[in-house]
Structure formats: structure tokens, C-alpha cells
Design a protein around this ligand. Sequence first.
Ligand code: SF4
Ligand code: SF4
Length: 396
Amino acid sequence: MTLSLKELTAEADRCVACGLCLPHCPTYRKTGSEADSPRGRIQLIRAVSQDILPNNARFKEHIDLCLSCRSCESACPNSVNYGALVDTTRALYIQKKSLWLTLAKPFIRHRYLSQAITWPLWLMSKLNLIRVLKRVMPAAKLLPTIQKPMVWQSIYPTTQTTQGAVSLGAVSLFLGCATNAFDNRTLRASIYVLNTLGYDVHIPNAQTCCGSIARQAGDDIEANKLIKRNAESFNTAMPILSTASGCGAGLKDYLTTHRIEDISTFLVTCDWSKAEVAPLQERIYVQDPCSLRNVLKAQKAVYDLLKKIPGADVQALPGNSQCCGGAGAYSVTQPEMANQLLNDKLAAIMANQVTILATSNIGCSLHLSRGLESAHVSAHVMHPVEIIAKQMGFDA
Ligand code: SF4
Ligand code: SF4
């Protein structure tokens, strides 16, 4: 939610400066600076909103370094709405102008434009030319493995294999700009599991990005445009399922006319009595995305879903309460802090000899996969739905 200036000051005033949120803040833990803590940021926001301090480069720096992970919000005994405070502050005072975001905007907004890039990238990866591209263009090192782009049908009717002849219901699937461009396998796996459990899956063609990246950059106008387009694209009678908790959180906060659910939350409520799930005698570590934990508050569903796989030993990755540094476009805009946080995750992955890491946010998944590749660690980062889909016969 974005606030008016008056509401911003009033919300900031609700912070009683107890400091209970400080140990939960990843940036404060790294810098040790009060100005990089939630309490410090709230005091700065209040001072700038009342013209006591100027909206200068130092203020912007401290707000920019915030991951919007909202761990502080979960820890706050006074329920201060930090998410609304930081979103509003970015919209009113930051409005980050960066070449990267300006160039990315049309690709984020229009799926056909992002596909115009992913098709040639996919062909290059097939011809083993991505390695050459990475050598001549350092920015290409951020590129994940490119999957063959998809042209989606508007509806995937249930296959009725486990639930008899009748469809149990219909859901809408949110594609998400990054998931659609870089991880359509998770989307295909989601359709497979939903169809197998008896649900028709609708994919409205006019849907677009959730707006979170624009909002993080303080571009409220663009973010609200994207939300409006999604509001017009999706049917209010069906739940919108998101495979990326970052998108789910952005939609839940701003697309208030629709029912938004993380896909794992929806799947655990389905009837699994006739579903055939092959055993997997492996330990699966779960990394909780901040958006799933602190905004959607649905992290438990991922563990419950994976526990439906016979033989799977499902464990939380130690240090789960701290952000991995993925955080939307954060790894591009704040690479130093993003890498510090990533290194903590890599240390936990190596210390626990993780082979399968489940995470349900595309931002975390891309950031962690890139870190593992650079460190030459062979753990597989997978979406929980992809893991269970494979045990149900999904052939990626
Ligand atoms: S959102 Fe995260 S990084 Fe930002 S102040 Fe809160 S805990 Fe710290
Ligand atoms: S826990 Fe809440 S009230 Fe206490 S300092 Fe943090 S934001 Fe303010």
C-alpha cells in the first residue's frame, strides 16, 4: 500500500524506537550502522517527510540499501507497516533513474518483447555460444540457463487422470516477467500438478509483470499501471496462483480486488488421496524467500507440500530468517551487499552438503544459482512444485 504524505508521517510516528527489529535486519547486521537499520530508516523517513532533514544523496543511499525483505515488520511488536513506509518513501523521494531499469521497462511490461530476446538467447545456448557472449560482455555473466521460450495456451484443461471425469475447479496462473523469461519449467510443472489434481488452469494473455521491480525503483506510476492491467486481465472468480512469492507479495499488497495465493498454499489444500507420488530418498533443503515468510506468511506450505513425497527428508536451510540478497533487482542495483548476503547462503549450502535446494521465488533462485555456479558448487536450485511434479511423472 502507498500512503499519503500525512499517512507516511503518522505511520512513522507509530515506531516507538524499541529496537527489537534491529537483529532481524540483514543490512544492519552487515554494516552495524543505525541508519541502515529499520529503526534508523524510519527516523530518517519521518525527518525527511517533515522537512527536518533534506532529501539528499545520503538519505537515498540508506533507503536504497534496504532490501524490502520486511523481516523488521514481522519482528515489530507495534505492527509498524514498514513495507508501506518504504514503498511510499521510494515513490515520493527516490524515483531511481537508472539506465538498467529504463532499458528493462518495456521488456518487463511486454511479454512478447522479452521473448524476442529469450528466443535468440536460447538458440545461442543451444549452439554453445553463451560462453562466448559472457566472455565479450561482462553483464552477460548475470544470465541464467536459458530454457526454450513458451507460447502459452489460454487454458489447460484438467487431464482428469486421478480425479475422475469432473474438473474440481479452475484457477488462473500468474506467469511473472522473470519466471516466464527464465524459468518456464516451473510454470509447466505447476500446470502439470494442477491438471493432475483435477484443476483447469487459465493463463490470461493480457497479464503482465506484478509491478514490484518498478515499485522498488520508486516508479509508482508504472507499478500502478501494471497492477491495473493485471486487474483487468484476471477473472475475479478464480484464485490467481503465483509461483514466485515476490510477485505474489506484490500482487497481494496492491491487487486487492482478486484472491492471490502462493501455489504451494493452494496445492496443500487439494485432495491428494488419489495422486501417485513416487518416493525420493533424498534430503531436500528449503530456503524461505522473505516475501513468502514476511509478507505472504506461507512458508510452512512449502514444507507440507514437499513432505507429500514419500521418503523425502525436508529440512530448513540454516539461516533462513535472513535474506539471500536476491530481492528483485537488488543484486543488480546493490551488488556488494547482495554478494555479502549470498556468501552467507553459499556457506550454509556448503556446510550442509546440500544437493537439492527448494525455493519458491525466482529472484532467490536466479541469485543463488548464479552464486553456486561461480563457486563451482553443484547443488540444484529447484522450485518445490517442480520437485514434486517430477515425482508425479512430469518430464521437463
Ligand atoms: S525491509 Fe529488510 S533490509 Fe529493509 S529495514 Fe526492514 S529488515 Fe532491514
Ligand atoms: S520493532 Fe517496530 S517499534 Fe520497535 S524500533 Fe522496530 S519498527 Fe520501531
